[in-house]
Design a protein around this ligand. Structure first.
Ligand code: UDP
Ligand code: MG
Length: 318
């Protein structure tokens, strides 16, 4: 078997502080893998600049001039982490045998790539990088992240526990994945749907090498709402169940009202009426909101706009 060509796919958004340090680490790991004859010397490190406003793209261009293992593509504007990873994967899929997507901040243990490549050579087509603990996170981040996975699974969007987007995929999987045209992207929920033989590799997640997280709680909530509404219709089923439950309750209330009326114990009843009306009002608004979210998604899907636009490539500049 000839050595597989590996492309590391690394999204970068305003990472000028981090990139000079982590690019060295990526290169070192690539050299290790090449020297151990696990991957082909034609393997590359591909940075995807996600419309950064700082010097990230200049740094990427300079890296690619200095060493031809480095290449880069640039999105026409900031589209978010998921679309940046997708742009990189789609760019790489015809040029390599395997991709490994990883964040550029050095939090994910880069040396786990060797285990991933070994699993690939052992027959796996998808290898998930899974964090074995969250000691490096603050209590708050750990708590919110864990709630995120539990809530996602409860709502019918199955995701691999403690796996973010550090994963190896073979070009075979990427070719199949390219047929998934959805605009609403939630990669870690979609990849398991593609199938193929998969396995996991465990690693310990570190602190960011520098800079700050771009994933505050608000973005995490956004991502989980996106994931749930893209992968499951359970919220809609829950609305139906709730509707049935409330109908039963209101039927009982009607019987009760009728009985009190007949027995002559009727009370003015303003308070109970107000409670019921406002409760139902709340439920209705939430339900309309959930349905609206799905309708909104259908709207975005129907338009079929491009999911990423590549404005520059490092090799264009030469
Ligand atoms: N990122 C991106 N576009 C964005 C936000 C983030 O490409 O709009 C990249 C970022 O450069 C990093 C990765 O996504 O490589 C993960 O982001 P971050 O480290 O901020 O998130 P966290 O690890 O805290 O969840
Ligand atoms: Mg990070």
């Amino acid at each position: 078997m000839s050595l597989p060509v590996l492309y590391m796919v690394i999204p970068c958004y305003n990472e000028e502080e981090v990139l000079p340090k982590t690019s060295e680490m990526f290169l070192q790991e690539l050299d290790v893998l090449i020297n151990k004859e696990k991957i082909s010397p034609d393997s590359k490190i591909m940075f995807v600049n996600d419309g950064s406003k700082d010097k990230t793209w200049d740094i990427i261009c300079n890296l690619s001039k200095a060493n031809n293992h480095f290449i880069g593509i640039s999105q026409s504007r900031n589209r978010g982490h998921q679309n940046a990873v997708l742009a990189g994967l789609m760019e790489a899929k015809d040029k390599c045998d395997i991709t490994i997507s990883i964040d550029c901040d050095g939090q994910d243990d880069i040396t786990a790539m060797e285990k991933m490549v070994d699993e690939y050579r052992g027959g796996a087509e998808v290898v998930y990088g899974v964090r074995d603990n969250r000691d490096s996170d603050t209590f708050f981040k750990r708590f919110t992240a864990q709630s995120f996975y539990k809530f996602m699974n409860f709502m019918g969007a199955e995701v691999v526990y403690n796996h973010a987007d550090y994963r190896l995929m073979s070009s075979k999987v990427l070719q199949a994945f390219a047929e998934y045209k959805e605009v609403n992207l939630f990669l870690r929920g979609l990849i398991p749907l593609v199938g193929f033989k998969s396995t996991s590799v465990y690693y310990t997640r570190q602190e960011r090498v520098a800079g700050e997280s771009h994933y505050p709680l608000s973005k995490m909530i956004g991502l989980s709402v996106d994931g749930i509404t893209s992968l499951s219709v359970k919220p809609l089923q829950m609305i139906t169940s709730l509707g049935i439950f409330i109908s039963v309750v209101s039927f009982i209330l009607t019987v009760w009202a009728f009985v009190t009326q007949v027995t002559g114990n009727a009370v003015p009843g303003w308070a109970s009426m107000t409670c019921i009306v406002s409760f139902l009002g709340g439920i209705q608004l939430i339900s309309i909101g959930v349905i609206g979210t799905y309708v909104g998604k259908i709207y975005m899907e129907v338009k079929g706009r491009p999911r990423y636009i590549i404005s520059d490539r490092t090799d264009d500049k030469e």
